[in-house]
Design a binder for this molecule. Structure first.
Ligand code: SF4
Length: 491
């Protein structure tokens, strides 16, 4: 998972891209980059660095990042976590094209081999699947991009080769901004417009509407699955659906990943999270579950917890206090870091917990590390009973589309029912949202639920190569050993 921003026709494009990335920081904390273009000189300027966005860029950086158009990328790694060479955007200076990519290409290793076989000019500087996308585009372009139709034709051919998830923003040396989204629309991407200081229309593309709202763009609309969009330096916009489209957006965007102020697939993230809670509350009432207090695991589950408390008529209390200076645990890069971070980040309010039946709401339970620690903390604080509920159904299978829960043996719900999970966690009960409840709450006609149902929206026959590479990478990073599970595909 990564964050993307693209800015066109704005004098302070680099600074806007920076502000956009600040608002997309939650989508990746490994590193970030901004690429700008001076279309008169035909020159790219690029700045990338590891760590948080605010620590990478400075006033001096913005003086060097010249031009009216920019793209930015914040990285969340699934492979090569500590490799600064994998930071984006990537550029091909000869073709005058740069891109940033959010998602994961399942067949990238096979495509790389094909490219190296078929194109003697092709070379790869990294192991990144995003570089495969860039090389495929230039392979099909054959020459520098002449106009939007030339570029669209290369992207269309590229799309036919790629299997996986991809939202891409790109920049050409003539100052044009472009973007495209995979045919299943797995990763989000939104377009916004506003008037610049000269009264002309400026455009922006982002992974999330919250970043565009912050920058003052309005008239927001989603870029469609399989759609490519091109905005020339003069402000002419072209867009086209390039291949057959479906719609399988990732359910985890609403459940956990996206900012709560964002909207995706016409459902606000806030509304989706509230509905996840309300639907779960009905389910709990049917099971005759009751408690003295509802408490959220901060931050993501707060909205669902409010809905549960309201619906069940149980007091809502913030009784797990977060140390805000410790990063999100899920996004940290190995098991040990995650465990350490959990210990340092949450503190229970023992005086309010002691003697109470606590209904603890978490957004999701992936590896279970956080939940085990939380149950322990609440029990140690004197709770009479701990009922842990998850707004997301059990995650039983890997994600091949960019979320880092890759291996079955890391997933606590794989091969365990709720009773067994409760025992492992030391909780009195563990109760999950149902897949039907999730679908109802998110109000989408269709969703990617591959990690919940093992029904993936793309062919995943190549996923084994990808999985093996990721296993190797995790071993090198000191993370635990995954196993590959049997998987079936929807098509
Ligand atoms: S497999 Fe799960 S996490 Fe991955 S894209 Fe699909 S719904 Fe999202």
């Amino acid at each position: 998972m990564c964050g993307l921003i693209g800015i066109a026709r704005t004098p302070e494009a680099a600074y806007e891209a920076f502000l956009g990335l600040m608002n997309l920081q939650h989508r990746g904390q490994d590193g970030a980059g901004i690429l700008t273009v001076d279309s008169i000189k035909g020159q790219f300027s690029l700045q990338k660095g590891s760590g948080l966005v605010e620590n990478i860029f400075s006033e001096r950086t913005f003086r060097n990042l010249k031009g009216l158009s920019a793209i930015g990328h914040t990285r969340y790694a699934t492979i090569g976590r500590r490799d600064p060479n994998l930071l984006q955007p990537f550029i091909n200076d000869h073709f005058g094209i740069g891109i940033g990519h959010n998602g994961n290409i399942v067949n990238c290793y096979e495509l790389k081999e094909e490219l190296l076989k078929n194109d003697k000019n092709c070379h790869f500087a990294t192991e990144s699947d995003s570089e495969v996308i860039l090389n495929l585009i230039t392979y099909y372009l054959k020459t520098k991009p002449k106009d939007f139709s030339h570029l669209f034709s290369a992207i269309e051919k590229t799309m036919k080769d790629l299997i996986g998830s991809y939202s891409v923003v790109g920049l050409l040396k003539d100052g044009s901004l472009f973007g495209f989204r995979d045919p299943n629309g797995i990763r989000p991407m939104v377009l916004g417009k506003r008037k610049n200081n000269a009264g002309e229309i400026a455009f922006a593309i982002s992974s999330e509407s919250a970043a565009l709202n912050y920058l003052g763009y309005n008239d927001l609309e989603e870029i469609q699955p399989a759609e490519a969009i091109y905005i020339s330096a003069k402000g002419e916009m072209h867009r086209k659906i390039l291949t057959k489209q479906s719609n399988y957006p990732c359910m985890f965007e609403w459940v956990y990943f996206a900012r709560v102020e964002s909207q995706m697939g016409n459902t606000e993230v806030y509304k989706a999270r509230f509905q996840l809670g309300a639907i779960l509350a009905e389910y709990l009432k049917n099971k005759n579950i009751t408690a003295d207090v509802v408490l959220p695991v901060p931050e993501t589950s707060r909205i669902a917890a409010i809905a549960i408390a309201e619906s069940m008529n149980i007091p809502f209390r913030e009784l797990l206090i977060k140390n805000r200076y410790v990063n999100r645990t899920f996004i940290l890069d190995d098991q040990q870091s995650r465990k350490e971070a959990i210990k340092r980040k949450l503190y229970p309010v023992a005086s309010e917990i002691a003697g109470k039946r606590c209904l603890v709401v978490d957004d999701s339970i992936v590896r279970g590390n956080t939940a085990i620690q939380i149950v322990k903390l609440i029990k140690q604080a004197g709770a009479k009973e701990v009922i842990l509920v998850s707004t997301c159904p059990p995650i039983i299978s890997p994600c091949y589309y960019g979320i880092d829960f890759p291996s079955t043996n890391e997933l606590i719900a794989h091969g365990h029912n709720e009773e067994e999970i409760a025992r492992i966690m030391g909780a009195d009960k563990v109760i999950y949202q149902t897949v039907e409840g999730l679908k109802k709450a998110l109000e989408q006609n269709s969703l990617c639920t591959g990690c919940l149902t093992q029904e993936y929206p793309t062919d995943i026959v190549h996923a084994i190569t990808f999985e093996n590479k990721r296993t190797e990478d995790r071993k090198n990073n000191g993370d635990c050993m995954p196993q590959v599970n049997s998987i079936k595909n929807k098509n």
